[in-house]
Design a protein around this ligand. Sequence first.
Ligand code: AR6
Length: 179
Amino acid sequence: MIVKTTVNQTVIELVCGDITQEETDAIVNAANSRLAGGAGVDGAIHRAGGPAIMAECRKIGGCPTGEAVITTGGNLKARFVIHTVGPVYRGGGKGEAGLLASAYQNSLNLARKKGLASLSFPAISCGVYGYPLREAASLALSTCVAFAKNHPELRHIRHVLFDQRTYDIFAQELKKITP
Ligand code: AR6
């Protein structure tokens, strides 16, 4: 099932699936600040995309939490990977919400700077980093909706959710913020 809504001129979609299979200008990676690779979606992207992605990550050297950097998409169908670093959830009182919103915002800004028309996100911080799903979904979607209102040049934003529970929560939160 695909949930789809249009905000200004941007289509925002939710799909349940594997982000490494996306045909889009860029996919976003939920990386760590050393850009060292790891488990979860990060591991899957490096496995599917091949060594060219890690070679560029090594050159870049790192990425602070809440910021974003861009590399080639290597062997992926996506032309680029935008690596962003979400916060580790430590109870909510350590600026996590601001950092998670920044991770989305800076990824969107980078896509715009590069002139990209389509971008796919995973549920940043919702795995190993332990962010509560509903709060993360709400922040992710409200950041993307606000961006779409101001930047029609990014035509497609997809949230690629790996399991049904995550998908359902994103769908519920999207309903709350769009008519
Ligand atoms: N496609 C889409 N989503 C996926 C995929 C996939 N192929 N694989 C997993 N997910 P996580 P984080 C979902 O842990 O919480 C890494 O080790 C997963 O089910 O990948 O930001 C990094 O190196 C979850 O909903 O990222 C960092 O050290 C979401 O992606 C750390 O984990 C994010 O889970 C980052 O942790």
